[in-house]
Design a protein around this ligand. Structure first.
Ligand code: ADP
Length: 259
């Protein structure tokens, strides 16, 4: 842990929450939310008490990924997260219609995120996983500064473009003294469901090389696989639907490295 972090005035601990981990990416569409949800469920399968905060304010996906139709309960002005598959979940998506866009400026986003982190009754958690908005804008920077993050997991595809963006994300966290827990290479090798052949659609090994070069841990590669997408769309992420399968094992390995 970086020295002096606890002395930063804004990142006071959130009572009841032992650690907060951010899952971030330099750009959208690389599988950040897919990784965040499966990582949260994998941490739960290790016996930890887990919360998941969908901080992807412009494109909240947790209600769909976790098949949640319920809304958070409000009692005596206190918001209680929704429980699904043994984890506690909060999402901007609970507060709006699926098809209405959030047209907010940075400061409003930050305020909403702070409230969802600090003013929600999370109870006792071993770990709160934050699915961050993609990119390195104002909202992300402020979040990284004002939430006491244990560290950040950066998700990238092996492709150059995504990697360059991921490197920017990495730099942002370094700038605000948030330790990088490591890089996950998502959409790595593609396994054809018909013939079983492997192909590296977005290249292969790019994230691992980058991690080595940048001196941050490589947390593992998740293949580009139809089942991962299908199970996410069905609201039963692979860690839930196929807990003994190969994909769940990948996510569990990552969970063990960041837990
Ligand atoms: P992001 O949060 O970075 O925008 P998502 O997690 O929403 O990305 O993923 C984008 C799309 O890619 C989704 O349809 C998701 O199901 C799919 N996807 C993500 N990771 C994988 C993977 N490893 N294999 C197959 N599909 C994936």
């Amino acid at each position: 842990e970086a020295p002096g972090r606890d002395m930063r005035p804004h990142s006071a601990a959130v009572p009841g929450i032992r650690t907060i981990i951010a899952v971030a990416s330099g750009k959208g569409g690389v599988g950040k939310s897919t990784t965040a949800v499966n990582l949260a469920l994998a941490l739960r399968s290790l016996g930890l008490r887990v919360g998941l905060l969908d901080a992807d304010i412009y494109g909240p996906s947790m209600p769909r990924l976790l098949a949640i139709t319920e809304r958070p309960r409000i009692e005596d002005d206190v918001v209680h997260p929704v429980e699904q598959y043994g984890i506690k979940v909060m999402s901007m998506g609970f507060l709006m219609q699926e098809e209405s866009p959030v047209i907010w400026r940075g400061p409003m986003v930050v305020t909403a995120l702070m409230q969802m982190t600090r003013e929600v009754n999370w109870g006792e958690l071993d770990v709160l996983v934050l699915d961050m908005p993609p990119g390195t804008g104002d909202a992300q920077l402020t979040m990284a500064q004002q939430v006491p993050l244990q560290g950040a997991v950066i998700v990238s595809t092996p492709q150059d473009l995504a990697l360059i963006d991921a490197r920017k994300g990495l730099k942002m966290f370094k700038q605000v003294d948030v330790p990088i827990l490591g890089i996950v290479e998502n959409m790595s090798t593609f396994f054809c469901p018909h013939c079983g052949q492997q192909s590296d659609i977005f290249g292969h090994g790019g994230a691992e090389q980058d991690a080595r070069r940048l001196g941050v841990p490589f947390l593992g590669a998740i293949p580009l696989h139809m089942t991962i997408r299908e199970m996410s769309d069905a609201g039963t992420p692979v860690v839930i639907s196929e807990p003994d399968g190969i994909h769940a094992r990948h996510y569990r390995d990552i969970a063990l490295r960041v837990a």
